[in-house]
Design a protein around this ligand. Structure first.
Ligand code: 5GP
Length: 114
């Protein structure tokens, strides 16, 4: 069993502000938002990193982006544009090893990231 901050959020042990929930996914507001809108979307399945997905997860990951698009629309950031980020591993800046998609928007963003 993996035990991360996010598995403890999923179990309700750590409180979070829910943005979306279904059988497969949970989304909540980032505790340290990088922009006016910063939502974290996670699969309930505890996949540590995006590089850990297998063929069996292909449909799940597809559905994750469909859910993310719904959240972006509901949050009112889809029209102007926003950013999806998946950090992977130490040099990618990943700090919580439960796969998560950052949905970030509500202000203009620069590229490339630092
Ligand atoms: P990573 O750096 O792994 O891509 O992103 C982890 C994110 O989780 C960070 O943006 C961080 O602010 C957020 N985070 C860490 N701990 C908590 C927590 O307890 N609650 C919430 N809502 N977000 C958290």
């Amino acid at each position: 069993m993996s035990d991360t901050i996010f598995s403890r959020i999923l179990s309700g042990e750590i409180p979070s502000t829910c943005v979306y929930s279904d059988d497969e996914f949970y989304a909540f507001r980032d505790i340290n938002p990088a922009a006016p809108t910063h939502v974290l979307l996670i699969p309930r399945k505890p996949i540590p990193k995006i590089t850990d997905i297998t063929e069996a997860d292909a449909a799940l990951i597809g559905r994750m982006f469909l859910v993310a698009n719904k959240i972006a629309t509901k949050e009112g950031i889809a029209e102007k544009g926003f950013r999806y980020v998946i950090n992977c591993g130490e040099w990618g800046g990943q700090t919580v090893f439960h796969l998560h998609l950052h949905i970030i928007g509500g202000r203009p963003m620069s590229w490339p990231p630092g």
